[in-house]
Design a binder for this molecule. Structure first.
Ligand SMILES: Cc1cc2nc3c(=O)[nH]c(=O)nc-3n(C[C@H](O)[C@H](O)[C@H](O)COP(=O)(O)OP(=O)(O)OC[C@H]3O[C@@H](n4cnc5c(N)ncnc54)[C@H](O)[C@@H]3O)c2cc1C
Length: 435
């Protein structure tokens, strides 16, 4: 490995890192991706579900990357009533998909080192060096910009002196399995409920006509119990899985809160799970991270052309991502907090009496929040007279989601306004304590 200086060193070759690498390399930047795994995308720690609409906008996905096309995402309330069906989607074959994205980056001119772990940063006068340990030797390689694309347990932020600590209740701990011997499913299924998965959900996503990717994600930190144990219980109660055989399984974690307040620092930027760019309701981060990777690749090119790779020079990554797609993720954190505050009984009642409606879920997922007109409020009061407290929580959620979305839409144009902006955002999070 020649010890030259790169424009970008990207730590992590997941979907977010590869998209940033591809975009930046296409614009002529010299890019190195450093990946600690021997094989990109392996092991798979993912349910592999993505919205067709979202992914098709980002990349020209090929049949070999898809395990199964699905007709929709079905959501079930704790009493197993189907309450919502979302649009078409794909269950990916991430082993192939992630590798293909990395190959796309290489085709565009990026270099890659696999089996090479980044172990620290050294800040120099003019650039940053990444300390890299491979099985052969250790390197210090320099770059104008270092990108942390190192996934949910990201450490690049800490190395750069940025506080990336997460509250344990903002992390979903998951256990994912491949189960064989299943009858064909057309839709991906998600099951809500504290009994099934405390402050989380169970999923059963078809992989083929006989296999599913199934699992459990739980949130809440210490003492919540292991998702593996919840899955064993779920498997006993879920008829489709009775006769199935588990042939593979992996644990994993995913952040489920708003993105980092700033995605950049001097000479550094963050993307994907490392930047907390994940949908807080369902933990989907493939599309959210890829979208951010494209923007970051473009902003990196602009910053290098302007010869300003400070946080100021990279700031437009914040404004372009956080004030658009990021506002959706932040508003959804409020909705996640609502869902986590209600009991299974309240949730069943809410859906049964239509105090909470499928349309609310759909509007919430688009991220602008949902509105309840005075007439609609009255109708829901009549339908849900027995649980006015739930209706009040839903109204408060709708209002806070709108405020959050508005605050993100007005994300500060430079770092001077960041503290005041964050204070506002933290105020909404505090108000979203529905206990
Ligand atoms: C069980 C589970 C189910 C999920 N289901 C879905 C789903 O159905 N749909 C969806 O959209 N999302 C899902 N997600 C989330 C999704 O997997 C992530 O959001 C997505 O992989 C994030 O991509 P990324 O590129 O940011 O990070 P990753 O895919 O995690 O990639 C990070 C890469 O960085 C490498 N790395 C880490 N540290 C270093 C280092 N020091 N040096 C070098 N390399 C390093 C890692 O080896 C890894 O390859 C799920 C997550 C889990 C855990």
């Amino acid at each position: 490995m020649e010890e030259k200086k790169y424009n970008l060193i990207i730590i992590g070759a997941g979907p977010a890192g590869s998209m940033a690498a591809k975009t930046a390399a296409e614009s002529g930047l010299s890019v190195l991706m450093v990946e600690s795994r021997l094989q990109i995308g392996v092991p798979v720690q993912c349910a592999e579900g993505v919205s067709k609409k979202q992914l098709d906008k980002l990349i020209d996905v090929k049949p070999e990357h898809i395990s199964k096309k699905i007709k929709g995402f079905e959501i079930y309330s704790p009493d197993k009533t189907k309450v919502f069906v979302g649009g078409n989607g794909y269950v990916l074959e991430r082993k192939i998909f992630d590798r293909w994205l990395a190959e796309k980056a290489i085709e565009a001119g990026a270099e890659i080192m696999i089996d090479a772990k980044a172990i620290g940063l050294i800040k120099n006068e003019k650039d940053i060096a990444v300390k890299i340990k491979s099985s052969e030797k250790e390197y210090n390689l320099s770059a104008d910009i270092v990108i942390g694309a190192d996934g949910p347990a990201s450490v690049v932020g800490k190395w750069a002196g940025i506080n990336t600590d997460l509250n344990p209740s903002d992390i979903m701990i998951c256990q994912q399995f491949i189960a064989a011997g299943i009858e064909n499913l057309d839709c991906a299924e998600c099951y809500m409920g504290n009994e099934i998965a405390p402050a989380g959900y169970a999923w059963v996503f078809p992989k083929s006509t006989q296999e599913v990717n199934a699992g459990i994600g739980v949130t809440g930190g210490k003492g919540i119990g292991s998702p593996k144990k919840y899955f064993i219980d779920f498997k006993k109660k879920y008829p489709l899985l009775f006769e199935s055989t588990v042939i593979d399984g992996k644990g994993g974690a995913v952040p489920v809160r708003r993105p980092l307040k700033s995605l950049v620092g001097d000479g550094v930027a963050f993307v994907g799970d490392a930047a907390l760019q994940v949908n807080p309701i369902h933990g989907g981060g493939i599309g959210a991270g890829m979208r951010a990777g494209i923007i970051l690749g473009e902003v990196a090119r602009e910053a290098i052309a302007k010869r300003d790779v400070t946080a100021k020079g990279l700031w437009s990554y914040n404004t372009r991502y956080l004030s658009n797609f990021g506002k959706r993720l932040a508003a959804l954190e409020i909705f996640r907090r609502l869902l986590q505050s209600v009991s299974d009984e309240e949730l069943n009642y809410g859906f049964e009496k239509r105090i909470l409606e499928a349309g609310d879920l759909m509007a919430a997922n688009k991220g602008d929040g949902f509105s309840l007109s005075p007439i609609e409020k009255l109708k829901r009061v009549q339908r849900g007279a027995g649980k006015l407290s739930l209706l009040l929580k839903i109204q408060k959620t709708a209002s806070l989601m709108k405020k959050m979305s508005k605050a993100y839409a007005a994300y500060p144009s430079n770092s001077a306004g960041l503290d005041a902006w964050e204070k506002k955002v933290l105020g909404f999070i505090e108000d979203a304590n529905f206990e």
